[in-house]
Write a protein that binds this ligand. Structure first.
Ligand code: ZN
Length: 195
Protein backbone atom coordinates (compact mmCIF):
# COMPACT_ATOMS: atom_id res chain seq x y z
CA UNK A 1 0.00 0.00 0.00
CA UNK A 2 1.28 3.54 -0.77
CA UNK A 3 1.67 6.01 2.01
CA UNK A 4 -0.45 9.14 2.37
CA UNK A 5 2.28 11.35 0.84
CA UNK A 6 2.23 9.43 -2.46
CA UNK A 7 -1.52 9.05 -2.56
CA UNK A 8 -3.67 11.04 -5.00
CA UNK A 9 -6.12 11.32 -2.12
CA UNK A 10 -3.90 13.82 -0.29
CA UNK A 11 -5.04 17.38 -0.91
CA UNK A 12 -2.23 19.72 0.20
CA UNK A 13 -2.85 22.58 2.59
CA UNK A 14 -3.62 25.71 0.59
CA UNK A 15 -5.54 23.90 -2.15
CA UNK A 16 -8.85 24.46 -0.37
CA UNK A 17 -9.84 27.79 1.20
CA UNK A 18 -10.12 27.74 4.99
CA UNK A 19 -12.56 30.18 6.62
CA UNK A 20 -14.32 30.54 9.96
CA UNK A 21 -17.76 28.93 9.95
CA UNK A 22 -19.35 32.27 10.85
CA UNK A 23 -18.54 33.92 7.48
CA UNK A 24 -21.37 34.45 5.00
CA UNK A 25 -22.19 31.88 2.36
CA UNK A 26 -21.51 34.54 -0.28
CA UNK A 27 -17.98 35.16 1.00
CA UNK A 28 -17.22 31.43 1.25
CA UNK A 29 -18.52 30.90 -2.30
CA UNK A 30 -16.27 33.71 -3.56
CA UNK A 31 -13.27 32.06 -1.88
CA UNK A 32 -14.07 28.79 -3.65
CA UNK A 33 -14.39 30.57 -7.02
CA UNK A 34 -11.08 32.40 -6.70
CA UNK A 35 -9.26 29.16 -5.82
CA UNK A 36 -11.15 27.02 -8.38
CA UNK A 37 -12.13 24.60 -5.66
CA UNK A 38 -15.42 22.87 -5.14
CA UNK A 39 -15.35 23.07 -1.36
CA UNK A 40 -14.32 25.19 1.60
CA UNK A 41 -13.01 24.08 5.00
CA UNK A 42 -14.99 25.81 7.76
CA UNK A 43 -13.29 26.17 11.14
CA UNK A 44 -14.89 26.30 14.55
CA UNK A 45 -12.57 28.19 16.91
CA UNK A 46 -9.48 27.55 14.68
CA UNK A 47 -10.24 23.82 14.46
CA UNK A 48 -11.12 22.52 10.96
CA UNK A 49 -14.63 21.28 11.57
CA UNK A 50 -16.62 21.01 8.33
CA UNK A 51 -16.05 20.55 4.61
CA UNK A 52 -18.78 22.47 2.76
CA UNK A 53 -19.20 21.79 -0.97
CA UNK A 54 -19.99 24.43 -3.59
CA UNK A 55 -23.03 22.64 -5.12
CA UNK A 56 -24.60 22.42 -1.64
CA UNK A 57 -23.80 26.03 -0.74
CA UNK A 58 -25.22 27.36 -4.00
CA UNK A 59 -28.42 25.35 -3.54
CA UNK A 60 -28.65 26.39 0.12
CA UNK A 61 -28.38 30.10 -0.79
CA UNK A 62 -31.00 29.68 -3.53
CA UNK A 63 -33.41 27.86 -1.20
CA UNK A 64 -32.92 30.52 1.50
CA UNK A 65 -33.43 33.24 -1.13
CA UNK A 66 -36.84 31.80 -2.00
CA UNK A 67 -37.83 32.02 1.66
CA UNK A 68 -36.15 35.21 2.86
CA UNK A 69 -35.08 37.19 -0.20
CA UNK A 70 -31.69 37.05 -1.87
CA UNK A 71 -29.99 39.71 0.26
CA UNK A 72 -30.73 37.89 3.55
CA UNK A 73 -29.79 34.58 1.94
CA UNK A 74 -26.36 35.78 0.78
CA UNK A 75 -25.36 37.15 4.20
CA UNK A 76 -26.50 34.00 6.05
CA UNK A 77 -23.47 32.43 7.83
CA UNK A 78 -22.21 28.96 6.93
CA UNK A 79 -23.19 27.72 10.41
CA UNK A 80 -26.83 28.60 9.72
CA UNK A 81 -26.78 26.75 6.38
CA UNK A 82 -25.38 23.68 8.17
CA UNK A 83 -28.02 23.85 10.89
CA UNK A 84 -30.68 24.02 8.20
CA UNK A 85 -29.15 21.04 6.38
CA UNK A 86 -28.80 18.84 9.43
CA UNK A 87 -32.00 19.63 11.29
CA UNK A 88 -34.70 17.05 10.85
CA UNK A 89 -36.72 18.58 8.06
CA UNK A 90 -37.40 16.26 5.15
CA UNK A 91 -38.99 19.02 3.09
CA UNK A 92 -35.90 21.24 3.23
CA UNK A 93 -33.62 18.28 2.43
CA UNK A 94 -35.78 17.35 -0.54
CA UNK A 95 -35.80 20.92 -1.87
CA UNK A 96 -32.03 21.20 -1.41
CA UNK A 97 -31.51 17.91 -3.23
CA UNK A 98 -33.53 18.96 -6.25
CA UNK A 99 -31.67 22.31 -6.45
CA UNK A 100 -28.30 20.53 -6.20
CA UNK A 101 -29.27 18.11 -8.96
CA UNK A 102 -30.16 21.13 -11.14
CA UNK A 103 -26.76 22.69 -10.44
CA UNK A 104 -24.60 19.59 -10.62
CA UNK A 105 -22.02 19.66 -13.42
CA UNK A 106 -21.65 15.88 -13.20
CA UNK A 107 -24.17 13.34 -14.44
CA UNK A 108 -23.91 11.37 -11.20
CA UNK A 109 -25.98 12.94 -8.41
CA UNK A 110 -24.16 14.09 -5.29
CA UNK A 111 -25.12 11.93 -2.30
CA UNK A 112 -26.63 13.88 0.59
CA UNK A 113 -23.82 12.72 2.92
CA UNK A 114 -21.37 14.73 0.76
CA UNK A 115 -23.29 18.04 0.76
CA UNK A 116 -21.28 18.93 3.86
CA UNK A 117 -19.00 16.60 5.82
CA UNK A 118 -17.86 16.64 9.44
CA UNK A 119 -14.03 16.50 9.49
CA UNK A 120 -12.31 13.90 11.66
CA UNK A 121 -10.92 15.30 14.92
CA UNK A 122 -8.05 12.79 14.76
CA UNK A 123 -5.27 13.45 12.28
CA UNK A 124 -3.06 11.01 10.39
CA UNK A 125 0.67 11.22 9.58
CA UNK A 126 1.74 11.96 6.00
CA UNK A 127 4.07 8.92 6.27
CA UNK A 128 1.30 6.59 7.34
CA UNK A 129 0.02 3.88 5.04
CA UNK A 130 -3.18 4.75 3.19
CA UNK A 131 -5.96 3.30 5.32
CA UNK A 132 -7.86 0.46 3.68
CA UNK A 133 -11.06 1.77 5.07
CA UNK A 134 -11.67 4.97 6.99
CA UNK A 135 -14.90 5.81 8.73
CA UNK A 136 -14.14 9.48 8.03
CA UNK A 137 -14.34 10.95 4.55
CA UNK A 138 -12.05 13.89 5.42
CA UNK A 139 -9.07 13.42 7.75
CA UNK A 140 -6.47 16.11 8.60
CA UNK A 141 -2.90 15.09 7.63
CA UNK A 142 0.19 16.19 9.58
CA UNK A 143 3.81 16.13 8.42
CA UNK A 144 6.60 14.45 10.40
CA UNK A 145 6.87 17.49 12.69
CA UNK A 146 3.19 17.40 13.48
CA UNK A 147 2.47 20.47 11.33
CA UNK A 148 -0.67 20.50 9.25
CA UNK A 149 0.05 19.28 5.70
CA UNK A 150 -3.42 18.97 4.21
CA UNK A 151 -6.34 16.59 4.04
CA UNK A 152 -6.83 12.96 3.21
CA UNK A 153 -10.03 12.14 1.32
CA UNK A 154 -11.36 8.64 1.78
CA UNK A 155 -13.82 8.75 -1.10
CA UNK A 156 -13.19 9.21 -4.84
CA UNK A 157 -16.51 10.88 -5.63
CA UNK A 158 -15.97 13.45 -2.87
CA UNK A 159 -12.42 13.99 -4.17
CA UNK A 160 -13.86 14.79 -7.60
CA UNK A 161 -16.50 17.15 -6.17
CA UNK A 162 -13.95 19.22 -4.25
CA UNK A 163 -11.71 19.59 -7.34
CA UNK A 164 -14.54 20.71 -9.63
CA UNK A 165 -14.60 24.54 -9.95
CA UNK A 166 -17.84 26.01 -8.61
CA UNK A 167 -20.65 27.10 -10.94
CA UNK A 168 -20.93 30.84 -11.64
CA UNK A 169 -23.81 33.09 -10.61
CA UNK A 170 -25.42 35.05 -13.47
CA UNK A 171 -27.16 38.42 -13.46
CA UNK A 172 -30.64 38.93 -14.83
CA UNK A 173 -29.70 41.92 -16.99
CA UNK A 174 -26.85 40.69 -19.18
CA UNK A 175 -26.02 37.20 -17.92
CA UNK A 176 -22.68 38.45 -16.55
CA UNK A 177 -20.93 35.59 -14.76
CA UNK A 178 -20.07 36.27 -11.11
CA UNK A 179 -17.83 34.20 -8.84
CA UNK A 180 -20.13 34.81 -5.89
CA UNK A 181 -23.67 36.16 -5.42
CA UNK A 182 -22.38 39.23 -3.51
CA UNK A 183 -25.53 40.58 -1.81
CA UNK A 184 -27.67 39.66 -4.77
CA UNK A 185 -26.20 42.30 -7.12
CA UNK A 186 -24.00 41.74 -10.20
CA UNK A 187 -20.37 42.81 -9.72
CA UNK A 188 -20.29 44.15 -13.31
CA UNK A 189 -23.58 46.00 -13.85
CA UNK A 190 -25.16 46.11 -10.37
CA UNK A 191 -28.24 44.38 -11.71
CA UNK A 192 -30.11 41.68 -9.79
CA UNK A 193 -28.63 38.18 -9.68
CA UNK A 194 -30.55 35.20 -10.98
CA UNK A 195 -31.43 32.88 -8.16
ZN1 ZN B 1 -24.56 42.07 -14.76
Amino acid sequence: MPNIRDSKRLIPLGRLPVLPAWVSGSRAYGAMSSSNSGAVIATDGEIPAYLITAPFLKAAIRVAADELGIESATVMPLTKHLIRLWKTDDQLSATLKSKIDEESPNPSPIPEKFFAVVISQDSISINATVPEDSIHDVVPVNDADGISAGWYFGNDQLLEIIQTPPAAWYCQNYNHPNGDPDTGKCHTCGGPMKK
